[in-house]
Write a protein that binds this ligand. Structure first.
Ligand code: GTP
Ligand code: MG
Length: 299
């Protein structure tokens, strides 16, 4: 005979109004510890705060002037299709006030970008940054034969490679065969910062050899005294989640679960609490529509 399902709660969770108020109060009073732009901060700032922050950031970038060269050259490096060209176009779009496809974007299994291309970020109107040049390059492949070699990348960073150079695994950069090769590049012609670009969605499917390529690259780039940062793209897949679930994006909130950390941190806490707060809003809507009329309530 089938047993009646056990309906006793496995855990008693107190989600009273007091707890909710406490969580909201804690979220409202939360101050991020670092100065970085985090999702947490955006959530707390609200639409007008985000607008202010955008204006401040645009002003800062527009007035940026390196101390000893005309512009800072930032090289974007990453696997094929990770969003290097898209990032350049996106930054340009911010300053144009409309979406602009400045660097051409593709979606093939081999790199769409083949040439070394420098993009001085300019504005069609208003604030004009001119201290920033973003450098697009061919995507790093899974193996040595499917993208620029370590030697090619280091030559670019050291400023030997001219704009327009087409990367070829069979013809690595070299002083005698590379057209326009600069033997003694000036500070202006060198790369001043490297930004690795990775696709959050493909993170687990990246080939193991890519990890050793990054390790080698980082060692050599660090030896050159060049700082590196990383950009994580495709974190906007909320739309895809919405399509999969068949629900509006306004129902979906980003969450960062604790998975490898040893300690909690305030930013992650806020994302989690925001999700809980969001869930409770919808639970409240249910109660609003389904609470029994006062005369039916059990004494
Ligand atoms: N959803 C989403 N798609 C992105 C994002 N960034 C890039 N893409 C898409 O990913 C594909 C590849 O983008 P690209 O900017 O061409 O990538 P890339 O790193 O320049 O690629 P290669 O030049 O081929 O090495 C395009 O279809 C883009 O529209 C992102 O943040 N979110
Ligand atoms: Mg590209």
């Amino acid at each position: 005979m089938a047993q009646a399902p056990d309906r006793s709660p496995w855990k008693t969770v107190v989600w009273g109004e007091r707890k909710r108020t406490k969580l909201i109060k804690a979220i409202k009073e939360f101050k991020p510890i670092s100065g970085s732009v985090t999702k947490a901060r955006i959530l707390l700032l609200g639409p007008s705060g985000v607008g202010k922050q955008r204006t401040t950031l645009m002003k800062n970038i527009s007035s940026y002037k390196p101390s000893c060269t005309e512009a800072a050259r930032v090289l974007l490096l990453g696997p094929v299709g990770s969003g290097k060209s898209s990032f350049i176009s996106s930054v340009q779009s911010v300053f144009n006030g409309r979406v602009t496809n400045r660097a051409m974007v593709g979606s093939f299994s081999t790199s769409f970008t083949k040439k070394l291309q420098f993009y001085k970020i300019r504005s069609l109107r208003g604030q004009q940054p001119d201290g920033l040049v973003l450098c697009d390059t061919m995507g790093l492949g899974d193996g040595a034969m499917t993208g620029p070699t370590l030697h090619d990348v280091l030559s670019v960073i050291q400023g030997h490679v001219p704009e327009g150079h087409v990367f070829s695994p069979v013809q690595p950069v070299n002083p005698s065969q590379t057209l326009g090769y600069r033997k003694r590049p000036s500070l202006e012609e060198k790369i001043h910062c490297v930004a690795f670009v990775l696709d959050a969605v493909k993170m687990s499917s990246y080939h193991g050899s890519l990890s050793s390529s990054f390790q080698q690259l980082r060692e050599h780039i660090s030896e050159l005294g060049i700082h590196q940062v990383a950009l994580l793209t495709h974190v906007d897949l909320i739309n895809r989640a919405a399509a999969l679930l068949g629900m509006s994006t306004s129902y979906i909130v980003p969450v960062k679960n604790y998975s490898s950390e040893l300690d909690v941190d305030d930013n992650t806490d806020v994302l989690l609490l925001n999700a809980v707060d969001h869930i409770l809003q919808y639970a409240d809507l249910y109660f609003l529509d389904n609470s029994p009329p006062p005369d039916c309530e059990t004494p």
